[in-house]
Write a protein that binds this ligand. Structure first.
Ligand code: 1GP
Length: 229
């Protein structure tokens, strides 16, 4: 069984975006720890199943990050369920989860389900708009979400999500200081090895998304954080 706690690097692939076989092979054969399939819009049963079957040729863990009910399907190693702690819409706290359990609860293996506390920090991102997240947060607010995740909800994962924008290392470091048990995921704007190294030195796990589609060479270089450990 895979141990998520050991993961330092994840490539997040958007099923709504095209990727060549050669690029996908390079990602899957790289030093990354896992592939996560997830996106904000146009995630369908069809494009998820297509991408899943292509990644499944390679021997690395595969995660579905749930974005809607239509695209949930068996065949993944893990299912990551986001709960956006700074969303103003209850659907993104537990509404989606409630519907998913109502429909699929009888067939879920809960060892494969990981609940992620998200804090969405880029107000210009699609995910911030969709979830109606309050993103004008002070550092103390982010620290409080970290405390909430670690000490109150006791979540396995806190995900600081800057999607599309490189985040503030001070904010990430401040959150980190509150986490003793909860694993810290950082995602957003990692498009070079130096940025990957900077955030990997603070967070437990970094998530690399867009650069895969913008610059595959730089994307692959981000996995080199692992050469230092
Ligand atoms: C998005 O956190 C991930 O959900 C990664 O962000 O696409 O900006 O790399 P980027």
């Amino acid at each position: 069984m895979y141990d998520i706690k050991q993961w330092r690097h994840i490539f997040k692939l958007d099923p709504a975006k095209a990727i060549s076989d050669a690029d996908l092979e390079a990602l899957c054969m790289s030093q990354t720890d896992a592939i996560m399939i997830g996106g904000t819009d146009n995630v369908t049963e069809d494009n998820v199943i297509q991408l899943m079957s292509r990644v499944r040729r390679y021997p690395l863990p595969l995660v579905l990050e749930i974005s809607n009910l239509e695209s949930i399907m068996p065949g993944f190693d893990f299912y990551f369920v986001p709960s956006v702690l700074n969303s103003t819409d209850v659907a993104f706290h537990n509404g989606l989860l409630h519907q998913a359990l109502k429909q699929y609860g009888h067939m879920i293996n809960f060892d494969e389900l990981i609940f992620e506390g998200y804090v969405v920090l880029n107000g210009d991102s699609k995910v911030a708009t969709l979830t109606r997240a309050t993103t004008n947060l002070e550092i103390e607010d982010v620290e409080t979400y970290a405390q909430m995740a670690n000490d109150v909800y006791r979540l396995p994962v806190l995900y600081l999500e800057y999607s599309g924008q490189y985040g503030d290392p001070e904010t990430v470091r401040a959150a980190r200081a509150y986490l003793t048990d909860t694993q810290l995921f950082y995602g957003g704007g990692i498009d070079s090895l130096s940025r990957a190294q900077e955030m990997a030195a603070i967070a437990d796990t970094i998530i690399v998304g867009n650069v895969v589609y913008d610059n595959i060479k730089e994307a692959l270089k981000t996995t080199r954080i692992k050469e230092r450990t």
